[in-house]
Design a protein around this ligand. Structure first.
Ligand SMILES: NC(=O)c1ccc[n+]([C@@H]2O[C@H](COP(=O)([O-])OP(=O)(O)OC[C@H]3O[C@@H](n4cnc5c(N)ncnc54)[C@H](OP(=O)(O)O)[C@@H]3O)[C@@H](O)[C@H]2O)c1
Length: 311
């Protein structure tokens, strides 16, 4: 498993991480097997959010109850969670009160004294960055949060936060898979009038902005075709892509999921892939993609087979 020091922190992280959005209905034994399989593959980083699960903090609580981490295990695990979405509505809330209340709820549900990385989940149109700064200062000073980041944010939204927030913004978690890749492929087809791919959907230069500012991109839904509409792996909707994935999987002697993972980890921006599967076998398979360095020809072939234009 490839690891690196997350820029802006002293936290060592793997380039494949375990998202726990889908564990609410899993038994203690299933959660334990999932997390321990991941850990044995080098995935010592879990991604949560206050809103994951049937109740508020539901998946965080399920994780903590099932694992009952010892102090040493807690220290060896990077725990990331998110706040800022209010499900009843829904709406977004980056107020001081909401951030503080959410973090206290997460600490209790996770049965821990500190969160390693806290992300603002989705941009709040009514954000008051001074309020965010006040909340972050208080959480950092109390040792309740070690590092801060965002999710689904544009460059200018991050700039606005950075004008007031003192701590570095170290992560931007964004939707990215080989079939949902405007973040990566827009720039390949910049300024092409007739191509939908050329349309800027990310505020403009988001990936380069993150690289320039030492903000690590985390790819969510790495195997979903689009927005929660099923996986592309093995799907008859993507015959050409799966043919290329299967050929490369055979060549590298890994499962197909490892090639889909490697398409993301190959990018020199040093992204992290946030897995959402609850299958230990799939987690172990994806982990095999961590260190595969696809050639440029292979990487572009996968992009073309997914439907992207290389003009
Ligand atoms: N920041 C954000 O806004 C945001 C949004 C969404 C998600 N996330 C994070 O990203 C993580 C991943 O998201 P995701 O769950 O949508 O991503 P994903 O890994 O692309 O999808 C996993 C889902 O696909 C299913 N699946 C079916 N066949 C599969 C196959 N062959 N390989 C892999 N999965 C297969 C899995 O079922 P099985 O469990 O049966 O394998 C699971 O339900 C979440 O856990 C969460 O931590 C963040």
């Amino acid at each position: 498993m490839k690891t690196f020091t997350l820029p802006g922190t002293d936290i060592t992280v793997p380039n494949v991480v375990l998202g726990l959005m889908r564990i609410q209905e899993k038994s203690d034994e299933e959660v334990r097997t999932l997390v321990r399989t991941a850990r044995d593959a080098g995935i010592s980083f879990v991604d949560h959010a206050d809103v994951y699960g049937s109740d508020l903090h539901g998946c965080e609580r399920r994780f903590a109850e099932a694992l009952d981490l010892t102090p040493a295990e807690r220290e060896a695990t990077v725990i990331q969670t998110k706040c800022g979405i209010v499900r009843e509505g829904p709406y977004f809330d980056f107020s001081y009160e909401h951030i503080i209340e959410s973090v206290h709820g997460s600490l209790e549900a996770l049965r821990t004294d500190y969160i390693d990385i806290l992300l603002l989940h989705r941009p709040d149109a009514l954000v008051e960055p001074e309020e965010v700064a006040r909340a972050f200062d208080e959480l950092a000073a109390a040792g309740k949060v070690r590092a801060f980041g965002v999710s689904n944010h544009t460059p200018r939204q991050i700039d606005l936060l950075r004008k007031h927030v003192q701590q570095p913004i170290v992560v931007n978690q964004l939707q990215l898979s080989v079939t949902h890749a405007p973040l990566v492929t827009q720039g390949v087809a910049a300024n092409m009038q007739a191509l939908d791919q050329s349309v800027v959907r990310d505020g403009g230069g988001l990936l380069d902005y993150c690289r320039l500012n030492d903000i690590t991109v985390q790819a969510w839904s790495p195997f979903q075709a689009g927005f929660f509409d099923g996986v592309f792996l093995g799907s008859p909707r993507f015959p050409e892509l799966n043919a290329v994935i299967d050929r490369l999987a055979a060549a590298y002697d890994v499962p197909a999921i490892a090639i889909a993972t490697a398409w993301i980890t190959r990018h020199p921006a040093r992204m992290q892939v946030v897995l959402g599967t609850t299958s230990p076998e799939r987690v172990a398979g994806a982990a095999q993609g961590s260190e595969i360095l696809l050639t440029r020809a292979e990487w572009y072939e996968l992009s073309r087979a997914a439907g992207y234009t290389v003009p």
